[in-house]
Design a protein around this ligand. Structure first.
Ligand SMILES: [Mg+2]
Length: 281
């Protein structure tokens, strides 16, 4: 599972009852717009996934940011291999939105006005068709060419192992095998798995899109204020040991925003967002 939460929206069934009327009044809408209307009232979060996915897929700025991150990572590799280390070097990387691009999944959910669910996510990962994040394959292959071992630490579930490896192997990702793939196995904190790598390797870099990918300080559901304070404290690590890839679509920022209450319905979430967003009112 890529996310540590699971939303259910039974209200969709009720909302669907309103759909036919809305569709008949929008006969000139595109298929995409119709899909959204069919599912009734949209929400800021679900519409937001569409916009975020579009940016991920179509903005050259997103591509540039990913290149920027992996260009810095490459510099760190070049510096790191020159230093003396007591253990062989490793890079620990997250998978989703760090290496694989799942924006088509988020976009599809948004267009259906549906939130993330474990079931639909699994249906997506089973296809093993995710594209790569710009710059990621070249970077990890470069690091491997310098003798660095890649470990994949992801919160995908054990039942996603086969498809995940298949998806990585499609792009000839280095060390894409059982030995180097650490899935969730019940504990969403990645610290234990990082410690496992540290038994045999020195971790030169960590790559991720969600801050718990880097440091255990972000574990255990810190508040938004605490996440900001921790980030301030770790400021020098970013671009140094921690390489962050932009993910505007989902992540712990979302959980923190809603105080990790995963039972909020879309209207309740919209209320939180409207209350919290800084706007010129
Ligand atoms: Mg991720």
């Amino acid at each position: 599972m890529k996310k540590s939460y699971s939303y259910l929206i039974p209200a969709l069934l009720v909302l669907g009852a309103c759909a036919s009327k809305k569709v008949t009044t929008t006969s000139t809408t595109s298929a995409t717009n119709t899909a959204s209307v069919v599912n009734g009232n949209s929400s800021i979060t679900n519409d937001g996934k569409i916009w975020a996915s579009l940016w991920q897929q179509r903005a050259a700025e997103y591509r540039a940011l990913c290149f920027q991150a992996y260009n810095i990572a490459k510099q760190r590799v070049d510096e790191g291999v020159k230093k003396v280390s007591t253990k062989p070097l490793a890079i620990v990387t997250d998978i989703d939105e760090t290496l694989l691009d799942n924006s088509p999944y988020d976009a599809a959910q948004g267009l259906k006005n549906q939130d993330y669910s474990d079931k639909t996510w699994k249906q997506w990962t089973d296809k093993a068709v995710a594209d790569t994040v710009p710059g990621a394959p070249a970077f990890f292959k470069y690091a491997a060419s310098k003798g660095i071992t890649i470990y994949y630490i992801t919160n995908r579930n054990e039942n996603e192992r086969g498809a995940t490896l298949y998806n990585l192997q499609k792009y000839a990702m280095p060390n894409a095998n059982d030995e180097h793939l650490f899935l969730k196995n019940g504990n969403s904190s990645k610290e234990e798995r990082r410690q496992e790598v540290l038994k045999t390797h020195e971790i030169l870099l960590l790559c991720g899109d969600n801050l718990p990918d880097f440091d255990m300080l972000y574990d255990n559901h810190p508040t938004e204020e605490n996440r900001m304070a921790i980030t301030q404290k770790l400021q020098k690590e970013f671009g140094s040991r921690y390489i962050v890839i932009p993910n505007p679509s989902y992540g712990d920022f979302e959980g923190a925003l809603f105080q990790y209450n995963y039972k909020l319905n879309p209207a309740q979430k919209d209320s939180v967002i409207r209350a919290k967003v800084k706007a010129d009112r």
